[in-house]
Ligand binder design. Sequence first.
Ligand code: ATP
Ligand code: MG
Length: 229
Amino acid sequence: PTDAHAPAIAIDHLTFAYADNQPVLHDLSLDIPPGAFIGIVGHTGSGKSTLLSLLLRYYPVSTGSIRLHGEALATIPNDRFRNDVGLVPQEPFLLAASARENIDMGRGLPFAEIEAAAKAAHAHGFISALEHGYDTPLGEGGSRLSSGQKQLIAIARALAGKPRVLLLDEATSRIDSQTEQIVQTALHELRGQVTIIAIAHRLSTIREADRIIVLNHGRISESGPHDAL
Ligand code: ATP
Ligand code: MG
């Protein structure tokens, strides 16, 4: 029952507090069209990751609503939800397994899809250069890789499920500027194919975004394309 004309994500008068604390998101409303690339910036503690957590259903929404392609978030069956929403977390978790297994994550995807996802994430180059390519063990927690490469594996992993929505929480630090460039390019190439919400700690990562939302103490304080902010 998804509505092709509905926004990919519709947030309506959303207010959220952790337990009995003060709200960290205040009366947030936002419509994101399918295929849009939205960047979110804001000071530490402004509510960026909290907003992603709510989109991922980590916490129930009690005040206001979130709809995904016209459906109330809470009513979407788990298996479809898991398939439709891909996450690149701030601190990606890598298995002590091969590159292929780290992208597949037990889904049993055909190799062609794993490779296509790695290419889209610009991870194919460095994976191919490993001594056993996609079958190379990445070590405990991906210890063989730089933090930038781990981020690219995490992007490939998220894309391999062909999500309709891609949520990205950019690593706060330790990402070299070359990787940041690669992430920027990958997101740019994906625009139109998947709806992207990217939390950025550097404005440059989301320079190409259709719209940048500035969160300030849980409220949208500014919104517009990069050059207008
Ligand atoms: P950063 O840029 O540092 O990642 P952020 O914008 O992602 O910050 P959030 O993590 O969303 O900020 O935090 C928003 C507010 O909610 C902060 O005041 C934080 O202390 C609080 N908070 C976050 N997670 C929890 C939690 N699990 N329980 C209680 N309070 C929390
Ligand atoms: Mg955060």
